[in-house]
Write a protein that binds this ligand. Structure first.
Ligand code: HEM
Length: 346
């Protein structure tokens, strides 16, 4: 069956690592030697075999460990998962989308059997088997969104579409880059994006919202976002900032290669059929600098991106203090030669 999942942790002893295969398929987000915010949306169509774009929802070697970490976060803070009462239907839409996609794309790990509204779900990696009635919450141990996102890598927010706007009215958010569902729940598109520098002035959020309000069923889109995280911590939330914030001041030239991680979010935007809500899966991938520079093109390019990034972005993303040390490390891997276009390794 090949249940090949890492035994690893995203806290305390931080045993998280990427295998050589996971490094080669890492979603490096920079297609050129520089970076600025843009409306970087493209159709979420199947990509090269073996890549993170191959399937609607990528399941990789970190799956089981990430789900364990999510359960720990929720046990400590149940408010990381919230769904306003009118969002239950969107939760069912999401459950259907994920179960159908996973059973189709990974039949050796997931099975879904349906007889009318009587559904039977089998998740072999997590050893879960559940018979339930689609649409009847009382037949599941959690609400539908919580049930399925406890079994799916990445954060999820669900946006209600009304009054020509999107409202973040539900979500499962445990692997976020320093923002809080409990703070944002109920907000509109421009409100939850308020802290982002430079992008509002450039009209990026006006254009992005306009695009999303026209998002069609069956035509999902995707984009990358990225930041930096010290230690492979999935849960970098404002709620736990006192635990992880100070670690940013503890990097040294000797430890930076092991401890500094490029954190990439593969975000998809998917219109849901019954509720007309928009699902926003935010899949987080981590790679330590020492792993990243094993791909020479990525080491060279990351050095140039970080070197030339506007200060406002480095401050917002929380690595302005460490930028000189990051550049000293990355400069060793930049011989000045040109890089090929696109994100893939040469
Ligand atoms: C409905 C879908 C979306 C949701 C739920 C969402 C949510 C968020 C949240 C919660 C943040 C963090 C803000 C903070 O600092 O508190 C953020 C940041 C951001 N969002 Fe979105 N977003 C969505 C769609 C988009 C789209 C389509 C774009 C395309 C331009 C976009 C561009 C950005 C940018 C540039 C940032 C700053 C990220 C960084 O530099 O690390 N977002 N978003």
């Amino acid at each position: 069956m090949g249940l090949d999942f890492n035994q690893e942790t995203f806290r305390n002893d931080f045993t998280f690592r990427n295998s050589p295969k996971a490094i080669r398929r890492f979603p490096f987000p920079f297609h050129e030697d520089g970076y600025m915010y843009s409306v970087n949306l493209e159709p979420h169509v199947p990509g090269p075999k073996g890549s993170v774009f191959e399937h609607t929802f990528d399941v990789d070697e970190h799956y089981v460990a990430e789900m364990r970490d999510r359960a720990l976060v929720l046990a400590e803070d149940p408010l990381r998962c919230q769904s306003l009462p009118h969002m239950t239907l969107a939760g069912w839409d999401l459950l259907e989308l994920i179960m159908t996609s996973k059973a189709r794309d990974y039949p050796h790990w997931f099975e879904l059997h349906k007889q009318g509204d009587k559904w039977h779900w089998i998740n072999k990696p997590l050893e879960i088997e559940q018979k339930f009635t689609f649409g009847d919450e009382t037949t599941l141990p959690y609400g539908p969104m919580e049930y399925i996102t406890r079994q799916t890598q990445g954060d999820f927010s669900l946006q209600d579409h009304r009054d020509d706007n999107l409202w973040m009215d539900a979500g499962m958010i445990t692997t976020q880059a320093d923002w809080s569902l409990d703070f944002d729940v109920g907000m509109s598109f421009h409100e939850w994006h308020a802290p982002v520098p430079l992008a509002h002035e450039k009209g990026i959020f006006d254009r992005a919202l306009k695009f999303l309000l026209n998002l069609q069923l069956g035509a999902p889109v995707r984009r990358f976002n990225w930041t930096m995280t010290v230690d492979p911590l999935l849960d970098t939330s404002p709620e736990t900032y006192p635990q992880w914030g100070p670690t940013r001041a503890s990097l040294t030239p000797e430890t930076i290669g092991k401890r500094m991680h490029l954190r990439v979010e593969l975000q998809t935007l998917i219109r849901l059929p019954r509720s007309n809500a928009i699902a926003f899966p935010i899949r987080c991938y981590l790679i330590k600098f020492d792993e990243l520079v094993t791909v020479p093109k990525w080491g060279r390019r990351l050095h140039r991106v970080i070197r030339d990034l506007p200060e406002e972005l480095a401050v917002y993303k929380g690595f302005a203090r460490n930028r000189p040390m990051m550049l000293d490390y990355l400069a060793q891997y930049d011989d000045g030669t040109p890089t090929s276009p696109g994100i893939w390794p040469d």
